[in-house]
Design a protein around this ligand. Structure first.
Ligand code: NAP
Length: 130
């Protein structure tokens, strides 16, 4: 059984939920994460009522401890990670003119979309050898 992680799965209409469902249908064991952990759990159970093949936990990809705990849990249960879908993301500047973007908001966007995805990728050790 291959193991797949999908970040940012707390919205039924979100891309992360659709991807998680597809990976489950392709017979992956799927781990979902999102800051609203209880919502991720509900969505996981809506894919797999048994809660055996799809599991969900609270995950904030901008937080080292949260990422470390999430990945340790997966490795403890599965012993490996085969695929990582860095879906979690944020756009804090939607509809704002580039000259008016608030730097705090921009920084938070980079924390999530760049460093968050990087943190997950590094922690998962997914990628080609260099
Ligand atoms: N839909 C589009 O047209 C479009 C276009 C370009 C790019 N994208 C990107 O594609 C991805 C999915 O799109 P979407 O429209 O489904 O996104 P979305 O509706 O904005 O959902 C993003 C998900 O990311 C989670 N998230 C945000 N910050 C997080 C963090 N620090 N840690 C963990 N999870 C976090 C959110 O859940 P919580 O708040 O509960 O954590 C939410 O479930 C996003 O990265 C988005 O930026 C989408």
């Amino acid at each position: 059984m291959k193991v797949c992680l999908v970040t940012g799965v707390t919205l039924e209409q979100g891309l992360g939920f659709a991807i998680a469902l597809r990976m489950y249908q392709r017979e992956y064991a799927v781990y979902l994460g999102g800051r609203r952990g209880e919502r991720a759990v509900e969505l996981g159970l809506s894919i797999d009522k048994s809660g055996f093949w799809v599991k969900a936990h609270t995950l904030d990809i901008t937080d080292d401890t949260s990422v470390t705990q999430f990945l340790a849990r997966v490795r403890g249960e599965q012993g490996k990670i085969d695929a990582l879908i860095n879906n979690a993301g944020a756009g804090f500047d939607a509809g704002v003119h580039p000259l008016d973007v608030n730097f705090a908001d921009a920084r938070q966007t980079f924390e999530t979309n760049l460093f968050g995805a990087w943190r997950m990728t590094r922690g998962s050790q997914i990628g080609p050898p260099i």
